[in-house]
Design a protein around this ligand. Structure first.
Ligand code: 5GP
Length: 191
């Protein structure tokens, strides 16, 4: 019922639950092959990546540990300032371990650029990135993605962990919002 009400705010579904399930399965299998016999830790970026990470680990067939890092995000706006602040750091030490950052969406790349620099300084054995969605042509800094689920055009999307003003994360698909949802908010821009 709740999901149905949220779904009414959606303009267009870009990635369906079936497409998501299939892609997560493929990524889980690929990561399991690539990291077989390695001490792998998945680092989920809160809050957006929690749903993708939860689905991903259940499609993996190798032992895997998880940790989370929380960073400052958009609030209800849709542009990245480039200023990144760690709100909650990792609980575990990553020195000498194989780290795979799990991100919901790659937009400008500023967040990941900061995180890669920060986590590299802790001397992991390897550091790679898996982003579920990547926006075409939006990156301001080059980001080397080892795994990418979907490429989408440069539009603001919600669902499958992605929020607008902290809502819509629980939608089982990724889609765009109807204009009426955000048009009253002066700070919102379709970038
Ligand atoms: P970047 O630093 O790459 O510009 O931004 C990454 C973060 O911005 C993502 O983790 C996500 O929280 C947020 N973000 C970027 N694009 C979108 C979008 O289209 N929808 C939502 N809900 N969040 C986005």
């Amino acid at each position: 019922m709740q999901n149905q009400m949220l779904a009414e705010d959606i303009e267009e579904v870009l990635i369906t639950p079936e497409q998501i399930k299939q892609k997560v399965k493929e990524l889980g299998e690929q990561i399991s092959r690539d990291y077989k016999d390695k001490d792998l830790i998945l680092v989920g970026i809160l809050r957006g990546a929690f749903i993708f990470l939860a689905d991903l680990v259940r499609e993996m067939s190798i032992p895997v540990k998880t940790d989370f890092i929380a960073i400052s995000s958009y609030g209800s706006s849709s542009t990245t300032s480039g200023v990144v602040r760690i709100l909650k750091d990792l609980d575990d030490d990553i020195e000498g371990r194989h780290v795979l950052i799990v991100e919901d969406i790659l937009d400008t790349g500023l967040t990941l650029n900061y995180l890669v620099k920060n986590l590299s300084s802790r001397h992991p054995a390897s550091l790679e990135i898996c982003s579920f969605v990547t926006k075409e042509g939006k990156q301001k800094v080059p980001i080397d993605l080892k795994y990418c689920g979907f490429r989408i055009p440069n539009i603001f999307v919600v669902g499958y962990g992605l929020d607008y003003a902290q809502e819509y994360r629980n939608l089982p698909f990724i889609g765009t919002l109807k204009r009426s949802i955000y048009e009253d908010e002066g700070h919102y821009r379709l970038t």
